[in-house]
Design a protein around this ligand. Structure first.
Ligand code: NAD
Ligand code: UDP
Ligand code: UDP
Length: 331
C-alpha cells in the first residue's frame, strides 16, 4: 500500500506529505466527486487553474454538464458519469468528496471513496455540513459541539447521513491510517446554484427576478449565515493542503434572519418585491452561525465576501439562466 507521502514522492521521512520549501510542487491528480455540482464546479475551476489534473465523478443527479463544459477539451480535465454508490477504481493523489444526495446512499458513496483512498494512499476530504449540529442548543456553533439532531425527523436522512459519513471518515483515519480532512460547511450561495433546489437564497432570488412574492417560511425570524462560494472553495483547498484533520467549520459568521435576507434581496433586485408568509417545515433549525476561530487559527482562513457583495454576483448568473439575458455582469 502507498502512503500519501510516498505518492507525492517524499518517502516516509515526510509523513505529513507537506511539500518541502523550495521544491516545486508537481501537478496532482485529483478526483472531485460531485464536481458537476454547484460547489464542486467552482472547486474544479480553481484546481485546473492551479495546474492540477482533475477527474470529475458525477451522476448528474443535481449537477449539470454546463457547470464544467468550459473545461471540455482540456487534457487536464476528465468527466466520468458514475454513481459513487458503485465501486470505482482510479489512481489519484487527492479525493474531494462532495457527491451527496440527501439519502442513505450518501453513506455508501463515502465508504467507497474511503476504500479508494485507502487502496491508493490518497488524501480524502469530506464535505460535511452544519446540519450535523441539528437544531443547535449552543450558539454560535463550535466544532466541539456534538449537536442536537432528531434521529427520526424529516431532515434526519441528510443530517444523520453526514454524521455517519464523519464517523466512517474518522474510522478509516484511525483504523487504516487514511489521511483525512473534514469540512463542516454552512449555508453557501453563488453562481451555478441549482435554481429550483428549494434553498432560501435560490428561492428568493428566482422569485424576485420573476416578479413573484418572496416566500418566507414561519415567522421569518429564524437565522442562517450565508457564505459566498469562492470563500468556501478557498477554505476547502487550504484544509486539503494543510496538516489538520478537523473538523473545521467553513462558513460566514454574518447572521441574518430570513426577513433580513428578504430585505437584502429586495435591495439588490427589486425594492417592490412582496413578501408572502408560508408555514415552516418541520424540525427547522431556529438559528445557525459558525464559530470559525479554529479555521482562522489553524488554516489562516476567513471569508472575504459579505452577503451584500456576493448576492449581486449570483443574481447576474440567475438572471442569465432564467431569461437567457446575455448582459453578463448586469444586476
Ligand atoms: P450540488 O447538488 O450542486 O452538488 C452535488 C453533486 O453531487 C451534484 O453534481 C450531483 O449530481 C452529484 N451527486 C449526487 N449524488 C451522486 C452520486 N451518488 N454519485 C455521483 N455524483 C452524485 O450541491 P452543492 O451545494 O454543490 O454541495 C456539495 C457538497 O457540499 C455536498 O456534499 C453538500 O452536502 C455539501 N454542503 C453544501 C452546502 C451548501 O450550502 N451548498 C452546505 C453544507 C454542505
Ligand atoms: N472501493 C472502491 N474503490 C477502490 C477500493 C475500494 O470503490 O479502489 C470500495 C469497495 O468496493 C468497498 C469500499 O470501497 O465497497 C470499502 O473498501 P475497503 O477496502 O475499505 O473495504 P472492504 O472491501 O475490505 O470491506
Ligand atoms: N426558507 C424560507 N423560504 C424559502 C425557503 C426556505 O423562508 O423559500 C427558510 C427555511 O425555512 C429555513 C431557512 O430559510 O429556515 C434556510 O433554508 P434552506 O433550505 O435554504 O437551508 P437549511 O435549512 O438547510 O439551512
Amino acid at each position: 500500500k502507498f502512503s500519501y507521502a510516498h505518492r507525492l514522492g517524499f518517502g516516509s521521512g515526510n509523513p505529513t506529505g507537506k511539500i518541502p520549501l523550495g521544491l516545486k510542487r508537481k501537478g496532482l491528480r485529483i478526483v472531485v466527486t460531485g464536481g458537476a455540482g454547484f460547489v464542486g464546479s467552482h472547486l474544479v475551476d480553481r484546481l485546473i487553474a492551479r495546474g492540477d489534473s482533475v477527474i470529475v465523478v458525477d451522476n448528474f443527479f443535481t449537477g449539470r454538464k454546463e457547470n464544467v463544459m468550459h473545461h471540455f477539451g482540456n487534457p487536464n480535465f476528465e468527466l466520468i458519469r458514475h454513481d459513487v454508490v458503485e465501486p470505482l477504481l482510479l489512481e489519484v493523489d487527492q479525493i474531494y468528496h462532495l457527491a451527496c444526495p440527501a439519502s442513505p446512499t450518501n453513506v455508501v458513496g463515502t465508504l467507497n471513496m474511503l476504500g479508494l483512498a485507502k487502496r491508493v494512499g490518497a488524501r480524502f476530504l469530506l464535505t460535511s455540513t452544519s446540519e450535523v449540529y441539528g437544531d443547535p442548543l449552543q450558539h454560535p456553533q463550535k466544532e466541539t459541539y456534538w449537536g442536537n439532531v432528531n434521529p427520526i425527523g424529516v431532515r434526519s436522512c441528510y443530517d444523520e447521513g453526514k454524521r455517519t459519513a464523519e464517523t466512517l471518515t474518522m474510522d478509516y483515519h484511525r483504523g487504516a491510517g487514511v489521511e483525512v480532512r473534514i469540512a463542516r460547511i454552512f449555508n453557501t450561495y453563488g453562481p451555478r446554484m441549482c435554481i429550483d433546489d428549494g434553498r432560501v437564497v435560490s428561492n428568493f432570488v428566482a422569485q424576485a427576478l420573476r416578479k413573484e412574492p418572496l416566500t418566507v417560511y414561519g415567522d421569518g425570524k429564524q437565522t442562517r449565515s450565508f457564505q459566498y462560494v469562492s470563500d468556501l472553495v478557498e477554505g476547502l483547498m487550504r484544509l486539503m493542503e494543510g496538516e489538520h484533520v478537523g473538523p473545521f467549520n467553513l462558513g460566514n459568521p454574518g447572521e441574518f434572519t430570513m426577513l433580513e435576507l428578504a430585505e437584502v434581496v429586495q435591495e439588490t433586485i427589486d425594492p417592490n418585491a412582496k413578501i408572502e408568509f408560508r408555514p415552516n417545515t418541520e424540525d427547522d433549525p431556529h438559528k445557525r452561525k459558525p464559530d470559525i476561530s479554529r479555521a482562522k487559527e489553524l488554516l489562516g482562513w476567513q471569508p472575504k465576501v459579505s452577503l451584500r457583495k456576493g448576492l449581486p454576483l449570483m443574481v447576474s448568473d440567475f438572471r442569465q439562466r432564467i431569461f437567457g439575458d446575455h448582459k453578463v455582469g448586469s444586476t
